[in-house]
Ligand binder design. Structure first.
Ligand code: CAA
Length: 264
């Protein structure tokens, strides 16, 4: 059973079907460290298991989504402990495996692990003034939470290489222009509202179809096109067995009625 009160995050339900997780470690600009991930993972599992929730929004403050991995936690970490505990595996363990869609609303700093956290979400929204980047090179290290892979897949090798090798930041506006973010908003408030609105829309569809859609899109990151298309078709065929496709979706369309999803 996950704790109801968290020290480093807030969980709320601001719109029907939407779970909102707000990172809340303001003194360290939401720097990411192990205790925060224990809480984040518990909160994500909880929302994933809550039937009334159809989509999740992950955000920080207007000043910082997350200013990176906690440099103070890492500075004395030895190779043996990092390797022995598989340091950072905990960060991706839940976020990249839960079944409900996660939208990251990125405002303020999203640097290093903060940028990587945003890239683990299914959809990223930014505000124009957000500051993203992979500055690890300036600390004598490299991205360790998937940045070199996810950034490269999203925006291509040359630009990702430039960002990672120079450690130069980029804006929320650029993130959207390059396709890393799906949308860019003028203000942090609009960014969060936009994310909540999209989450509410997704939560209004069949949970079964949403789960399947997320699963097949994510497969494209790991499979070649041929295997990916075959996988998609099998899942598509599987949905002919769901009540939501048969009755609520296609049945209602043919009868000119509104769909009433049973999520079955
Ligand atoms: N780790 C630990 N503490 C951090 C932090 C981080 N990544 N980022 C900010 N903080 C702390 C600061 O130490 C400071 O704490 P104190 O008040 O106790 O000194 C507090 O948050 C506020 O920060 P600043 O005073 O620096 O605020 P600013 O507005 O002047 O600057 C900033 C903001 C440009 C984001 C600056 O804080 C900064 O450069 N942070 C580090 C960014 C960074 O290098 N991130 C990558 C980390 S490595 C990584 O993430 C590895 C990986 O791939 C997993």
């Amino acid at each position: 059973e996950a704790p109801k009160e968290y020290e480093y995050l807030k969980v709320s339900n601001p719109k029907p079907g939407v779970g909102l997780i707000t990172l809340n470690r303001p003194k360290a600009l939401n720097a990411l460290f192990t205790p925060l991930f224990h809480e984040l993972n518990a909160a994500l599992k909880n929302l994933d298991a809550t039937p009334s929730v159809g989509a999740i929004v992950l955000t920080g403050s207007p000043k910082a989504f997350a200013a990176g991995a906690d440099i103070k936690e890492m500075k004395d970490l030895t190779f043996s402990t990092a390797y022995g505990t598989d340091f950072i595996e905990l960060w991706t363990a839940t976020l990249t495996t839960i079944k409900k869609p996660i939208i990251a609303a990125v405002n303020g700093y999203a640097l290093g692990g903060g940028c990587e956290l945003a890239m683990m979400a299914d959809i990223m929204y930014t505000s124009a003034g957000a500051t993203l980047g992979q500055p690890e090179i300036k600390l004598g290290t490299i991205p360790g939470a998937g940045g070199s892979q996810r950034l490269t897949k999203a925006i291509g090798k040359s630009k990702a290489m430039e960002i990672i090798l120079t450690g130069e930041n980029f804006s929320g506006k650029h993130a959207a222009e390059w396709g890393l973010a799906a949308k860019c908003f003028e203000t942090p408030e609009e960014c969060l509202e936009g994310a909540l609105g999209t989450a509410e829309k997704i939560a209004g569809y069949s949970r079964i179809a949403v789960k399947a859609a997320k699963e097949v899109v994510n497969k494209s990151q790991d499979l070649g096109v041929r295997e990916g298309v075959e996988f998609e078709r099998r899942v598509f065929h599987g949905l002919f067995g769901s009540k939501d496709q048969k009755i609520a979706g296609m049945g209602a369309f043919a009868a000119k009625q509104k769909p009433e999803w049973s999520h079955e």
